[in-house]
Design a protein around this ligand. Structure first.
Ligand code: AMP
Length: 453
């Protein structure tokens, strides 16, 4: 047998050797027949939304993706969807889109992606084309339908489309669908799905109505927002407060009181720091939990679970622990310690303003950290505003005050007042024992929602 003859008997996929398949897409969990189609249409590198979304969709998570047309969103949901289709079963996936054009475009892309999964059958369902032809196509029991909500309702009413075994529902351009007035149809269609299924929303903007839809029809969705991971975190108002280490506990307490955050994450640079801050907040009667690398995974998960369910209002975290924090409605980020790395700042504040919510990020900046603040500001190309907290003024270093007081007994000043630090400064500055902080509770009344239960 000649060598070339032997080669012909090898699996045809080897004529397209695996090392030519796009490795960056393979790393996301996509398999050979999808990768092969991608290499033919010259998709080499995943776009950001694809990199972020594909693994979650493959993991069967509900996903709320914020992305605009032109960012590669069709492949972000389409590639995993095509891979997950079981050719032996029928009608597994539905994509709802606002317009016929988009539906047609998606069907076209899906056909390109499924070139080597040719058993996967996808049909468009939208108005403006002959109903008879679409009914005929649906009669062939496709695996995927892509269409506008109106026509989809129509074919469901005619019993030409059976969604009883649907496993994946994708809503593309949700904001536009709502603008066009498809809200009732969307609710009816999603409400009619009985089989356990995965739901994916993609929208350029995410407003309250979309959030409500997501809350109603999704289970703990992962939120993917590629625009947030760029350096323009537009929905986060960003502030700084000058605070020496001696000021920080007092400032944090005042911020929590005045801002009344629904959910807050307080970031510290070290595990030790996080532990200390959590202890102080506890001593102040503020309900919080710490999360950092010293806690066993199970405990971390348990805390995250409770935070996600809004049962803990304040989470004190280190950067490492923050990676997996994907929680809706985090309203406030407090950088108790300014991060050493400016990129970590972007990552931290990206924990808020999720689901398009407005968020607030407040960074404590020590008097010697002006330069670090400038590095962050130049990275995000934005100047942070100074946050005025009622009743708060930074104090000078109590150690220096003590040293000065020890070196020179208090002298009356020109106006007759003592030049040594006021009593209150020293009291707050000293590393106070828990009982003492606890006793401050009366002075800084702890709002009810922060009281430990
Ligand atoms: P979309 O945002 O899905 O409308 O995609 C916009 C255009 O980008 C389409 O023509 C896609 O085929 C193309 N596209 C999407 N992802 C990639 C990629 N990773 N590499 C090359 N082209 C892509």
């Amino acid at each position: 047998m000649s060598r070339s003859h032997t080669a012909l008997r090898i699996d045809p996929s080897l004529s397209h050797p695996p090392f030519q398949l796009p490795p960056a897409f393979a790393a996301l969990g996509l398999e050979a027949d999808v990768l092969r189609a991608l290499s033919e249409i010259d998709f080499k590198e995943p776009s950001e939304i694809q990199r972020e979304m594909i693994p979650h969709v493959l993991a069967k998570r509900d996903v709320l993706g914020q992305a605009k047309t032109g960012t590669g969103k069709t492949a972000a949901f389409g590639l995993p969807l095509i891979q997950m289709i079981d050719p032996a079963a029928r009608m597994q996936a539905m994509v709802l889109t606002p317009t016929r054009e988009l539906a047609a475009q998606i069907v076209g892309e899906f056909r390109r992606f499924s070139k080597y999964r040719d058993q996967v059958h996808c049909v468009p369902v939208y108005g403006g084309t002959r109903m008879k032809e679409q009914l005929h196509q649906l009669g062939r029991k496709p695996h995927i339908v892509v269409g506008t909500p109106g026509r989809m309702m129509d074919v469901i009413a005619r019993r030409a489309l059976d969604l009883s075994e649907l496993r994946i529902a994708v809503l593309d351009e949700v904001d536009r669908m709502l603008d066009i007035g498809f809200r009732d149809d969307i609710r009816k269609i999603l409400g009619a799905l009985t089989h356990p299924h995965q739901t994916v929303f993609v929208s350029a903007t995410i407003d309250d109505e979309i959030k409500r839809l997501a809350m109603k029809y999704m289970r703990e969705p992962v939120e993917v927002n590629v625009s947030r991971d760029t350096l323009t975190v537009e929905d986060v108002s960003q502030y700084y407060c000058t605070a020496g280490p001696w000021d920080k506990p007092r400032l944090l307490r005042m911020i929590l009181q005045q801002e009344q955050p629904k959910l807050a994450i307080v970031f510290c640079n070290t595990k030790h720091g996080a532990r200390k801050v959590a202890m102080r907040l506890h001593a102040d009667g503020i309900d919080c939990k710490e999360i950092h690398g010293d806690l066993v995974q199970q405990k971390r998960e348990k805390i995250m679970e409770r935070f996600k369910k809004h049962k803990i209002p304040v989470l004190v975290a280190t950067d490492l622990a923050s990676r997996g924090i994907d929680v809706h409605m985090v309203t406030h980020i407090v950088n108790y310690d300014l991060p050493q790395d400016a990129h970590a700042y972007v990552h931290r504040i990206g924990r808020t303003a999720r689901m398009g919510q407005a968020g607030k990020a407040i960074s404590f900046v020590r008097p010697d950290e002006g330069e670090q603040l400038s590095v962050i500001e130049s990275l995000i190309n934005k100047q942070l505003d100074k946050l005025e907290i009622e009743g708060y003024t930074p104090r000078s270093d109590p150690e220096q005050q003590r040293a000065a007081a020890a070196a020179k007994p208090a002298q009356p000043g020109p106006d007759g007042e003592s030049q040594s630090a006021p009593e209150g400064d020293l009291a707050a500055a000293a590393p106070a024992p828990a009982t003492k902080l606890g006793s401050l509770g009366g002075r800084y009344a702890v709002p009810r929602r922060f009281r430990r239960r």
